[in-house]
Design a protein around this ligand. Structure first.
Ligand SMILES: [Zn+2]
Length: 290
């Protein structure tokens, strides 16, 4: 059985395409300090109308709402990281998803966003506008202890040879992904290419929900869900429109045949992108107004 390695902290967040998770051990016991504008992260939301501003990889969030540590069908992980904030539409979405999970199952929710979104020094290049969330493939069936919540088991579901681990991957995981992917609020979901291939090979009947599920580096112990820009959030920049179809054709084949994602949680950092794009003007005030 493959156990996903604990990742060390990642600070080269320049690449707009980078996504998610990690740095599990790196954050233990330490406060989350981020070189935003002022050199630190606000610990409270920016008051005012809720708004996602900018893009997932270069933006911020006003009027964030906190996801409680637990509720009907969910448990929130790693509270000490203070990344359980989201756009109110994201929080409502996660509550809806949790309510749809068959009991006693409950979803395990990792990072959403910081209280005002923005760039994080560890683990993510996105999650900046409060519209992204990480969900473990593993479901819980009871309340978590404080220790389980603070240091959750992070087993990957993919073997080194590219097969899926039967004890960790099965009908509950497919159902979980379908629950999320079939919701019209979802813009895209990132999973390991092995998982996308397994879905392409096995899902019968309605396959329309496969379209939003996109292959990406890492993402073998969790998936990353990103919501569409909420109506009325005029400064929110959506992601590129997905190509038509279920995504099981050429694009997936190129991931599988290239294979350069194997064993890598994220793409290599291109040297030419070692600068950060300019932050939206509104974010400059939101992230620096304490
Ligand atoms: Zn993520």
């Amino acid at each position: 059985m493959t156990r996903t390695p604990r990742l060390s902290g990642w600070v080269g967040a320049a690449v707009a395409v980078l996504l998610c998770w990690p740095a599990v051990g790196a954050m233990a016991g330490g406060s989350v300090m981020t070189p935003t504008i002022t050199g630190r992260v606000a610990e409270t939301p920016f008051a005012g109308r809720s708004q996602a501003i900018g893009s997932a990889a270069n933006g911020c969030l006003a009027g964030a709402e906190a996801l409680p540590p637990s509720g009907p069908g969910w448990e929130t992980l790693r509270l000490e990281r203070n990344r359980f904030w989201g756009h109110p539409e994201t929080i409502a979405f996660l509550r809806d998803m949790a309510a749809r999970i068959e009991r006693p199952g409950r979803i395990l929710i990792g990072d959403i966003a910081q209280p005002r979104g923005g760039h994080m020094t560890s683990g993510h290049g996105s999650h900046q506008t409060g519209l992204d969330a990480d969900i473990l493939f593993r479901l819980a069936d009871r309340d978590l202890t404080d220790a389980e919540r603070a240091d959750p088991v992070m087993d990957g579901v993919v073997n080194d040879d590219g097969s899926l681990i039967p004890e960790l991957w099965g009908a509950p995981q497919v159902a979980l992904l379908k629950t999320f992917a079939a919701d019209p609020r979802v813009e895209r979901i990132f999973v390991n290419p092995t998982i996308k291939r397994a879905l392409c090979d096995s899902v019968a009947g309605d396959r329309s929900w496969l379209r939003v599920i996109r292959p990406w580096w890492g993402h073998q112990e969790h998936f990353h869900v990103r919501l569409h820009c909420p109506d009325g959030d005029g400064a929110c920049i959506p992601g590129a429109t997905l190509p038509p179809g279920d995504g099981c054709g050429e694009e997936l084949t190129s991931w599988i045949t290239t294979g350069d994602w194997k064993g890598r949680p994220r793409p290599p950092l291109p040297q030419q992108h070692n600068h950060r794009p300019e932050m939206p003007a509104a974010c400059r005030s939101i992230l620096s107004a304490y």
